[in-house]
Ligand binder design. Structure first.
Ligand SMILES: Nc1ncnc2c1ncn2[C@@H]1O[C@H](COP(=O)(O)OP(=O)(O)OP(=O)(O)O)[C@@H](O)[C@H]1O
Ligand SMILES: [Mg+2]
Length: 256
């Protein structure tokens, strides 16, 4: 990624939070940028604790539903609900396993050539039901781009970004996923993030004031930040309250 492209993003998309592997820079709509050195000691204990904590709520939900089902109460409906919670637990465990791999001193990302369009299609497919429920129109630009990446890690990043876009989008609005040069962007027309809170959203457990009514743990972007830092990838979040949010992510293309 050339500096000029990030330069253009910063120029054209204020306010924006730029997240480099070593430093966070927040460019407000007006005024001077604010920087914060990334602390490398985001310890593994934190992530293990946080993710384990996240497993508790779907687990208790499953236990409750299981009791109801055992008593013969709306068995089919309760089984479906349990399946949903179990899927969530599976996803969290996948994140935990990947994170513990990434945390190892000798971690080498399993980088290989992957078909970006295919990976995007697979991840979007996981959210089809929610997309339909909210009557969102989602455009996924066709891309033949082959990139060098660790597929498992990339999928976790994409799941978090796309699930945020879908979750915080307004009903019947548009979500757009596309590549511009070496950047991937995920854009929604949703609640957006209050400008004074934008610099905080990658902190663990941080949730902006305007999303209090929507469920979430505030862990997704912290995990994304952690993974991308280990993979040495720069990314950025541009957002305007009640207008929408765009996340930009640097990709490493390969010659076909
Ligand atoms: N696309 C978006 N639109 C509006 N706000 C967003 C968006 N993405 C992130 N945010 C804000 O950033 C906060 C942190 O996001 P993050 O994904 O880390 O947590 P979450 O979505 O609340 O919970 P989860 O851990 O389930 O992902 C959100 O709570 C929200 O305030
Ligand atoms: Mg999230």
């Amino acid at each position: 990624m050339s500096a000029t492209s990030w330069g253009e993003i910063i120029k054209e998309h204020r306010p924006v939070l730029l997240i480099r592997p070593d430093v966070l820079v927040f460019y407000p709509s007006e005024g001077d940028p604010w920087t914060e050195k990334q602390i490398l000691s985001d310890s593994k204990t934190f992530f293990v604790n946080a993710v384990a904590h996240e497993l508790f709520s779907p687990l208790s939900a499953v236990m409750g539903l299981l009791e109801l089902a055992k008593e013969g109460d709306r068995v089919q409906e309760n089984l479906l609900k349990m399946e949903r919670h179990l899927n969530r637990m599976q996803r969290i465990l996948e994140q935990l396993i990947l994170l513990s791999k990434i945390e190892q001193e000798n971690y080498q990302p399993f980088v290989r050539k992957i078909d970006l369009g295919q990976v995007l299609k697979e991840v979007v497919h996981e959210y089809e039901q929610r997309i339909a429920q909210k009557r969102l129109s989602l455009s996924l630009e066709k891309t033949n781009m082959m990139i060098e990446a660790d597929e498992e890690a990339l999928k976790i990043v994409l799941r978090n970004l796309i699930s945020n876009a879908v979750k915080y989008a307004k009903e019947s609005s548009h979500v757009e996923i596309k590549t511009i040069g070496d950047l991937l962007s995920v854009r929604d027309e949703g609640l957006g993030i209050p400008e004074q809170e934008l610099k905080n959203v990658t902190a663990r457990f941080y949730r902006a004031k305007n999303v209090r009514g929507i469920s979430g743990s505030g862990l997704g972007l912290a995990i994304v930040k952690h993974i991308l830092r280990r993979l040495n990838v720069t990314w950025a979040i541009h957002s305007k309250l009640n207008v929408g949010t765009t996340v930009f992510l640097e990709l490493v293309g390969v010659e076909e």
